[in-house]
Design a protein around this ligand. Structure first.
Ligand code: MLT
Length: 304
């Protein structure tokens, strides 16, 4: 019997790939053969020696000590692309929320207690207060042309935006999926200079920490927007705060609230919801369960 420890809620569709007659799946196993998780931070825990494989039901693996696991010969499987559609949809929603001031306008309407003519007057005031901007003709800069970045770029083109992209390591597969309308630039500075909106889609690794920095933000036009459904650490929070206060940024839309930014009126922060759809949770769980099973039973490392 293989023992699998789950450290977060994992979609049943994935767990069903581990047949009950051969797998004991539990959130409390003490000497598991494998661990399957979403965002639980494994850096803070002692990983039992019995663990032979780890499955991350998502794209990022920054919550797992990958290099220590490699030293132990333990493969870490993730699910690249399995939640790309979900993240793309939320990133585009975030852009639209920011462009049309929807969150502030909603709060405004919810706060109204007036009726009749007074309510009509308050509605008229809201109409003046929350004037937005349209997307056609504006430029979106997409940093990271992996599964998610490519999808975001293609939707932005369909919305009439110009799109510039940066990814020095774009794969042939993604290059094929990328619409020819996306202009790839050679440096991040060029991307920031050209863009009205920048959306980041890179993993959090040493080279991407604080990639959206004060210097790069200073290259943007006044009233720009940053969209971050990658990881909080990719954006320098202090620099973002300054840019929001100076008017350089119209909005910062992110999936990772940081204490200094949560309450800022120009921040739209969500509780790490990018991959939280039924479909994405199932896709990710199925992909990693199958990879973990294949490894435990046959020793094969399948590329996703
Ligand atoms: C990801 O890395 O794809 C997401 O963090 C997945 C999740 O929300 O669990």
């Amino acid at each position: 019997m293989y023992k699998v420890l789950t450290l977060n809620n994992i979609a049943v569709a994935g767990l069903r790939r581990l047949p009950r007659d051969r797998y004991e799946v539990s959130s409390e196993s003490s000497s598991p053969d494998a661990v399957i998780l979403r965002s639980h931070n494994m850096h803070d825990m002692t990983i039992p020696e019995s663990v032979a494989a780890i499955g991350r039901a998502g794209a990022g693996v920054n919550n797992i000590p990958v290099s220590a696991m490699s030293d132990r010969g333990v493969p870490v499987f993730n699910a690249p692309g399995a939640n790309a559609n979900a993240v793309k949809e939320l990133a585009v929603a975030g852009l639209l929320l920011a462009a049309r001031n929807i969150c502030d306008a909603r709060e405004y309407v919810k706060s109204l207690t007036s009726t009749g003519d007074e309510l009509a007057k308050d509605v008229e005031n809201g109409k003046k207060k929350f004037v937005g901007f349209e997307l056609p003709g504006r430029t979106l800069g997409v940093i990271g042309l992996g599964a998610i970045g490519v999808e975001v770029a293609n939707v932005a083109l369909a919305l009439g935006m110009k799109v510039v992209g940066f990814d020095p390591k774009i794969t042939v597969k993604r290059a094929w999926q990328l619409s020819s309308g996306v202009k790839q630039v050679e440096t991040l500075d060029r991307l920031f200079k050209a863009s009205d909106v920048v959306s980041v889609h890179v993993p959090l690794v040493d080279g991407t920490k604080g990639l959206v920095s004060a210097d790069r933000l200073s290259l943007m036009k006044d009233g720009s927007v940053i969209i971050n459904f990658a990881r909080g650490g990719v954006v320098d929070s202090k620099a973002a705060l300054q840019a929001l206060n100076s008017g350089k940024l119209h909005a910062y839309v992110c999936d990772f609230p940081t204490p200094e930014l949560i309450a800022h009126p120009k921040v739209i922060a969500l509780p790490h919801l990018g991959a939280s759809t039924t479909e994405a949770e199932e896709n990710c769980a199925v992909m990693v369960a199958e990879n973990v099973k294949e490894y435990l039973e046959n020793g094969n490392v399948r590329s996703s």
